[in-house]
Ligand binder design. Structure first.
Ligand code: GRF
Length: 208
């Protein structure tokens, strides 16, 4: 006689992570899910680059991956439609932009904007766009600022702007090299992103 075991249902929140690079922030999320620090599972990793190091991290963790470079698509909207089509079957509760280097427009935002957060390695309103850490470092050398930071925010049409979920300041030190500052900011990113995902999933942050 065959015994029939009930299939275990995974009730953890379903998180999709969008990346373009090395994926160190993705790794922080994978580790937090594995340790139970986050009651969540990364259900898919989408990369805008085929050579992103984060894809290997995802595969190593057994997470499905999709490489979706924009090259070959007719326009931005066609690429976004493909992104939405890749995410839909994964039924994400939350989408995390963790070093995703593509601006997202109405097609994505209409479908998933209310459940998407973005990591920005600077304070709210400061240095939107790429190379934020280097631009903050250079501004400090010119005496324009004395601190930078990291923020996680809900995604709106404006780049690196939107209601803040979590933020932390990083003091700037005289004589510190850009690589050393980058390492300090990255460490804060890894910690803050895990916190922000937890806050968002537990509903401690209002919807936008
Ligand atoms: C992070 O600094 C993120 O804030 C920025 O790009 C970097 C991605 O790093 N937008 P990684 O791919 O998570 O290592």
């Amino acid at each position: 006689m065959k015994s029939v075991a009930a299939a275990a249902v995974d009730t953890r929140s379903r998180v999709a992570v969008l990346i373009s690079g090395a994926g160190s922030n993705l790794q922080a999320l994978i580790d937090a899910c594995a340790s139970g620090a986050l009651s969540a599972q990364v259900v898919v990793v989408v990369s805008s680059r085929t050579d992103a190091g984060g894809l290997s991290r995802a595969r190593l963790a057994g997470i499905p991956t999709v490489a979706l470079p924009h090259v070959g698509f007719a326009d931005r909207d066609a690429h976004e439609r493909a992104l939405v089509a890749a995410l839909e079957p994964c039924r994400p509760d939350l989408i995390v932009l963790a070093g995703w280097m593509r601006v997202l427009g109405p097609t994505f935002l209409t479908r998933f904007g209310s459940r998407t957060i973005n990591l920005h390695p600077a304070l709210s309103g400061a240095f939107p766009g790429p190379n934020a850490i280097a631009r903050a470092w250079a501004a400090f050398q010119r005496g324009e600022i004395d601190r930078t930071g990291v923020m996680v925010h809900r995604v709106v049409a404006e780049v690196d702007a939107g209601p803040v979920v979590a933020v932390c300041e990083v003091a700037l030190h005289s004589g510190e090299s850009l690589p050393d500052l980058t390492a300090r900011v990255r460490a804060e990113e890894h910690r803050l992103l895990v916190d922000a995902v937890g806050l968002t999933l537990t509903g401690d942050v209002p919807d936008c």
